[in-house]
Design a protein around this ligand. Structure first.
Ligand code: NAP
Length: 244
């Protein structure tokens, strides 16, 4: 079988970086996309140490032009993109009553609109190959809601809706679309929380630990595999039991 190629957004750190390494371990060539090129190069070095090809590409998920350019240049270099991992994401937390329109827009544009445009850009190639995997990294709060995160939760719940709709549209082309909903994962995104907030969160996690980026990467790698070919429109919770 031909070597598969994955395009992973937000591969410069955290969950995206772990996804890149996990997919590379499965023999998948990876295109690593984010804004911080130096950090992307660090991920690429780790991937290449596994003997797997890595391509580094600048992308700004808030810009449709940037998404188009990054995916087109990757498809040209690698021939095609078989797997898309929409992982890049940001938070701009605040109570809804006082939330600035720019904070609402930035989060929706990066987390949801950007992911949708990335899907659009890879679909043609996947349809031609009659094989494709799209994995959207949503969040537990996209299922449960969370006070102080109306913008982020709307974007993550939106990703679940996008996943299910797109899955139905393109299933006949042998392209699966699934979402992963991480719980509380130990990355830069959660490093900003106070010890008190972390302790409070831990008290509600039945498995009594924070998740690791690798916990999410394992789910992404499975959904990207041939073995997961009969799973589509699914939302896979990886949250230590935080929300059932
Ligand atoms: P992180 O450590 O903050 O990493 C975020 C990644 O997204 C970085 O690689 C960043 O790269 C990239 N990114 C942000 N804005 C971007 C933009 N405009 N264009 C391109 N790339 C951008 O976060 P993480 O914890 O690994 O989160 C990864 C995903 O999991 C996110 O979608 C997040 O919402 C989701 N998630 C995380 C948790 C958690 O507890 N950590 C829980 C549920 C869901 P650059 O800065 O280099 O651009």
């Amino acid at each position: 079988m031909n070597t598969k190629t994955a395009f992973i957004t937000g591969a410069s750190r955290g969950i995206g970086r772990a996804c890149a390494i996990s997919l590379a371990r499965a023999g998948v060539r990876v295109a690593l996309a984010a804004r911080d090129m130096a950090k992307l190069e660090e991920t690429a070095t780790e991937v290449r140490a596994l003997g797997v090809e890595a391509h580094v590409v600048a992308i700004d998920m808030a810009s449709t032009e940037s998404i188009k350019e990054a995916i087109a240049s990757t498809a040209k270099d690698f021939g095609r993109i078989d797997i898309l991992v929409n992982n890049a994401g940001i938070t701009r937390d605040g109570l809804a009553l006082r939330m600035k329109p720019e904070d609402w827009d930035a989060v929706l544009r990066t987390n949801l609109t950007g992911a949708f445009f990335a899907c659009q850009q890879v679909l043609q190639g996947m349809m031609k190959e009659r094989w494709g995997r799209i994995i959207n990294v949503s969040s537990v709060v996209g299922e449960s809601g969370n006070p102080g995160q109306a913008n982020y939760v709307a974007s993550k719940a939106g990703l679940i809706g996008l996943t299910k709709s797109l899955a139905q549209e393109i299933a006949s082309r042998n392209i699966t679309v699934n979402a992963v909903t991480p719980g509380f994962i130990d990355t830069d995104m959660t490093a900003v929380l106070t010890e008190e907030q972390k302790a409070n969160m831990l008290a509600h996690i039945p498995l009594k630990r924070l998740g690791k980026p690798e916990d999410i990467a394992a789910a992404v790698r499975f959904l990207a595999s041939d073995e997961a070919g009969y799973i589509t429109g699914h939302v896979l919770s990886v949250n230590g039991g935080l929300y059932m």
